[in-house]
Design a protein around this ligand. Structure first.
Ligand code: BEZ
Ligand code: FE
Length: 314
């Protein structure tokens, strides 16, 4: 039986007080947002005739989500990070700042303060002797093709099990995480191992909900980038490796056509040998175009809670 109560004065008054709209104190924007949020939630309960059992299951779910530290993992799974990207793309378009390499989601697994190298870095700690060696390189230019020297290219990726150092305590500190400063021609290069895709913890809160939606929690093999250079818009992006089962079926919705990169397996890499990388190598090239701007707030990544960020900037 669906009863209708959200239109009543009693419920309206309740929502008004819930959001603190009857008081002077507090934050006006927060009051408005909470009022809208709770009104929409009450309406949803009415429209779907949500039972008390269902409601308390949801409350407990949120509690577990926090306890498992998975809120920032569920968000991309529900398309929220992608939606923020869609909004930022539209804002860039409206401000005449569109163009360059497309952004895509950061994800929850960045760690600040990776070792900084000039031009070239080896990213893996050498303990994985069975994965393919990867040589990843490219150039950072502006949208007119002019090289951007001294850009900081912050790269991070998973190991062969899809695990990220710092979060996966079996890996050494900053394994598969490096910052590279581009040379005078805007070039950067790294030696590493070919990563595997990430999967949500199978018993975790995110996967529990995905199961109820009939969805998997897998990402394709991918490599993350932050690219920062004075006078240019900060770029958060990642490349998704071609040929992965999940390249076009990413649970976090991060794949964009322009960001799918094909690896080339070679017996020896002339480019790699310049950096002392010998033997069979998977070569990947990813060139990056940054959009010039003099707006200081667009030159840095937006604020959010990130592992070790406060320690790195202290
Ligand atoms: C990742 O980048 O690996 C990632 C992104 C979103 C959710 C989970 C993982
Ligand atoms: Fe990732």
């Amino acid at each position: 039986m669906t009863v209708k109560t959200t239109h009543t004065e009693e419920v309206k008054e309740l929502l008004h007080k819930v959001a603190g709209l009857h008081t002077e104190g507090g934050d006006a924007r927060m009051k408005k947002i909470v009022h809208r949020f709770m009104s929409d939630l009450f309406q949803l309960i009415e429209d779907f005739d949500v039972t008390p059992e269902e409601f308390w299951t949801a409350v407990n779910y949120v509690g577990e989500l926090g306890k498992n530290n998975e809120a920032a993992l569920l968000a991309p799974g529900l398309g929220m990070d992608k939606y923020l990207d869609i909004r930022m793309d539209a804002e860039d378009e409206a401000a005449g700042l569109a163009g360059g390499t497309p952004r895509t989601i950061e994800g929850p697994l960045f760690v600040a303060g990776a070792p900084l190298a000039e031009g070239f870095a080896r990213m893996d700690d050498g303990t994985d002797t069975t994965s393919e060696t990867m040589l990843l390189r490219g150039r950072v230019t502006d949208t007119d093709g002019k090289p951007v020297a001294n850009a900081i290219v912050d790269i991070w990726h998973a190991n062969a099990n899809g695990g990220y150092s710092y979060f996966d305590k079996s890996q050494s500190d900053y394994n598969l995480r490096r910052r590279i400063k581009t040379d005078a021609e805007g070039r950067y290069a790294v030696q590493s191992i070919v990563p595997s895709g990430y999967g949500c913890p199978p018993e975790g809160s995110t996967q529990t909900l995905l199961n109820l939606l009939g969805r998997h929690g897998r990402r394709p093999a991918h490599i993350h980038y932050f690219v920062q250079a004075d006078g240019h818009k900060h770029l958060t992006t990642q490349i998704n490796l071609a040929g992965d089962e999940y390249t076009y079926d990413d649970f976090a919705f991060a794949t964009r056509d322009e960001l799918v990169v094909e690896g080339k397996q070679v017996e020896r890499s002339a480019e790699g040998e310049r950096y002392g990388v010998t033997g069979p190598v998977t070569e990947l090239e990813f060139n990056i175009e940054l959009v010039p701007t003099d707006k200081a707030d667009l030159q840095d990544r937006h604020a959010r809670k990130r592992a070790l960020e406060e320690a790195a900037s202290a």
